[in-house]
Design a protein around this ligand. Structure first.
Ligand code: KG4
Ligand code: ZN
Length: 333
């Protein structure tokens, strides 16, 4: 049996979790509101907020788990990719905490953690079997991954420019909806007509994606309409949200379906912040029903950045005896 404390600080969420083997005992997340007024994450403010949050968040995670620090077997942390200043806070904290307790350190890749969140044991939620195909969609990444084991992930396709979450956030910014735009667009879309407006998706070879063209066509479309009617966005807000959401999510789903058919995988999963999107979640379930595949959709608390996913990835490294050296440094890419 192992008790692992996990820390996530790669972007703008400070999070700590405690896992006993693959069972989650606590998952505390402090989100940073300070970035909203700037319409995006300000790296300098993010690292400062991590410094303020890290001790109370770890303390809360241990208390909630009912675990004393003397009962911990390892400390895990996100090494990268992410913002350097943000990562440094988690990495430094984890190093000193582990060293103080005389227990091993486990480094985790943030993207692997998102995918492995499917292995957190939750009642009534079966875990995928290998091999399975995962669509990883977040604010920084968009990838189609074929998983052969916990740490064998083959990238079949990925974005050649913006990430899906970035595209959604930029669309929201163009409409002046606030940050982060993903959840806002998702919410407003519920009252809108997804077929009200059409935006072209690019033809990209293989299983790769591209989102910068969609963003530009959305921008030009609105510029032209606003020239005719300055209230165009206000009058059509929910239809615009529903239409751009459908455009981006259908593009994601279409390529993912193609990749699943080609690899003959019968299990599909989604992960990352954008996997919280209701259109995408329904879309994955629809795909699975159509082809008689098994679909794995993460519970909402494991979609956006959290330390539970770092903890589960660390647990599988713990089983393999893969520990990190105290001298390691974070990586941004
Ligand atoms: O995984 P994550 O928390 O951070 C990164 O590693 O990037 O993902 C954040 C992204 C943001 O772009 C955010 O707008 C998007 O996930 N997101 C959503 C939803 N919730 C979060 N996008 C669409 N619909 C949502 N419900
Ligand atoms: Zn993430």
């Amino acid at each position: 049996m192992s008790n692992i404390l996990a820390i996530e600080s790669s972007c703008d969420d400070t999070s700590a979790a405690v896992l006993r083997d693959d069972t989650l005992l606590s998952n505390v997340i402090a989100s940073q509101k300070v970035h909203e007024q700037y319409g995006g994450v300000v790296p300098e403010l993010a690292s400062r907020a991590h410094q303020q949050n890290i001790v109370p968040v770890v303390d809360a995670a241990l208390r909630e788990a009912g675990i004393d620090k003397s009962e911990l077997d390892a400390v895990a942390f996100t090494r990268g990719p992410g913002l350097l200043g943000s990562l440094l806070v988690g990495v430094s904290f984890a190093k000193s905490f582990a060293q103080g307790l005389g227990i091993p350190l486990i480094e985790v890749n943030h993207l692997q953690a998102h995918v492995l969140s499917h292995f957190i044991k939750t009642p009534g939620n079966p875990t995928p079997e290998f091999p399975f195909l995962c669509l990883l969609v977040s604010g920084g990444h968009t990838q189609i991954l074929l998983l052969r084991s916990h740490f064998e992930m083959e990238v079949l396709g990925q974005t050649i420019d913006d990430a899906a979450g970035e595209a959604i956030d930029k669309a929201a910014k163009i409409m002046d909806l606030g940050y982060p735009g993903g959840p806002i667009i998702d919410r407003l879309s519920k009252e809108g007509n997804p077929d009200a407006f059409r935006f072209a998706t690019p033809n990209i070879a293989g299983y790769d994606y591209s989102f910068s063209g969609i963003k530009t066509s959305f921008l030009y479309f609105l510029r032209d309409r606003l020239a005719e009617d300055s209230d165009f966005i206000e009058k059509n807000k929910s239809d615009l949200c529903a239409s751009i959401q459908k455009c981006i999510m259908e593009f994601l789903l279409k390529k993912f379906e193609k990749a699943a058919l080609a690899t003959k995988t019968r299990q599909i999963a989604i992960a990352g912040g954008v996997s919280a999107n209701s259109y995408l979640r329904n879309g994955i379930l629809r795909l699975a029903e159509k082809h008689h595949w098994r679909a794995f959709v993460p519970t909402l608390q494991f979609c956006t950045d959290n330390a539970a996913m770092v903890g589960i990835a660390a647990y599988h490294k713990y089983l393999l005896g893969e520990f990190a050296d105290i001298s390691l440094t974070p990586y941004t890419n």
